[in-house]
Design a protein around this ligand. Structure first.
Ligand code: SAH
Ligand code: SF4
Length: 337
């Protein structure tokens, strides 16, 4: 038995073919689930009784429960409880171009970045495809509005849950399922190099963001354990390969940590590292947490840092901050509960 929300339409077609049933049943079922928002096989009135009896033996409908919600004008943050009582969070953000949801991909994270709440909490397990899809469906039902953009930047390292992420993206993008445009989907990784190369083949049109956070190995080693496995040179090389294959611009995320990675010298080093790469840098003001000692850089230093990058002809944006008073950073709501 598995959740009906965990399967792609192609795999459901194969399931029906194996059962000597009609392939188009998969599309019919997707239509009921994702267009008509039905959550019982018995309500699928255009599908014959035998097919329904069969599918009920192999698939079920499940739910995730909203246990806490925090709201601000432009952001809503959800804490969900899963069927095994683990908790995850998702954040909804209202933009002028649409509504995005930031999805969690794991319970905790094993990458151990020293500034991150999710890393502090360690990985319990990967999220299943249905648990990721249900974050979107449950939020859509709650806000009664359509989600237009997905960012996989919540709790967890998506490339440490690679196969599930690929199926998840397939369902999110499928015109018969959530029908969210492929260019409206963004995955953020801490830099698992082999998976970056694979992703270029598997999902060339999805936006890729790389959590760089440091201009050299010395600083990156101190704040991101993953750098000891795949260092900056290997990471940048994999990004160059990714761009060569996909012809897409890559985002480098850069958290500004006071006196750690935010000096003028760091800005010049970063510019040198990224020169000639089709990319832009997204500067993230650090969201301080009670449990971790890092401090957010001064606003004036953030502007200086961006100024240097611009002078050095690096595209740069400062991430708009959504409701920092609702614990908007990765893993914060969960660690408070
Ligand atoms: N594991 C993936 C995706 C989840 S983290 C990754 O690391 O890319 C998403 C982003 O949030 C990362 O860039 C991460 O470095 C950043 N982040 C983590 N803790 C944060 C905090 N307290 N304030 C601001 N950004 C944070
Ligand atoms: Fe994991 Fe990303 Fe947090 Fe690092 S920043 S610990 S990779 S969730």
């Amino acid at each position: 038995m598995r959740s009906i929300y965990s399967i792609t339409r192609k795999k459901l077609e194969d399931y029906f073919i194996n059962k000597n049933d009609k392939k188009f049943r998969a599309t019919q079922i997707f239509d009921w689930i994702y267009r008509k928002n039905i959550n019982s096989f018995d309500d699928m009135t255009n599908i014959n009784k035998d097919s329904i009896t069969n599918i009920k033996e192999d698939f079920y409908f499940n739910k995730i429960k909203i246990i806490k919600k925090q709201e601000d004008i432009d952001v809503k943050k959800y804490l969900f409880e899963l069927s095994d009582k683990n908790k995850i969070e998702s954040v909804v953000m209202y933009h002028d171009y649409g509504i995005s949801v930031c999805i969690s991909s794991q319970i905790g994270c094993n990458m151990g970045c020293t500034f991150c709440e999710s890393g502090r909490l360690k990985k319990v397990r990967n999220l299943t495809v249905d648990e990721m899809i249900l974050q979107i469906l449950t939020i859509q039902e709650d806000i009664k509005q359509r989600i237009s953009h997905i960012v996989i930047m919540g709790i967890g390292e998506p490339f440490d849950n690679y196969e599930n992420i690929i199926d998840f993206i397939n369902i999110v993008n499928d015109p018969y399922a959530l029908a969210i445009g492929i260019r409206h989907i963004t995955v953020s990784t801490s830099g698992i190099v082999p998976k970056i190369k694979l992703f270029a083949q598997d999902c060339p049109a999805v936006n890729l963001a790389i959590s760089l956070h440091a201009p050299n190995n010395e600083i990156r080693n101190k704040i991101m354990k993953i750098n000891k496995v795949y260092n900056i040179e290997e990471l940048i090389e994999s990004v160059k390969q990714y761009i060569k294959i996909t012809n897409r611009r890559v985002t480098f995320e850069y958290i500004m940590l006071k006196d750690i990675n935010d000096t003028d010298e760091c800005a010049y080093m970063l510019a040198k590292l990224l020169k000639g790469i089709n990319c832009y840098v997204n500067i993230i003001p650090y969201n301080e947490t009670n449990n971790i000692g890092f401090k957010r850089s001064n606003t004036s230093q953030i502007s200086r840092f961006c100024g240097i990058l611009k002078e050095e002809k690096i595209n740069v944006t400062i991430r708009r901050e959504f409701g920092s008073n609702v614990s908007a950073a990765c893993g914060q709501l969960r660690s408070e509960n």
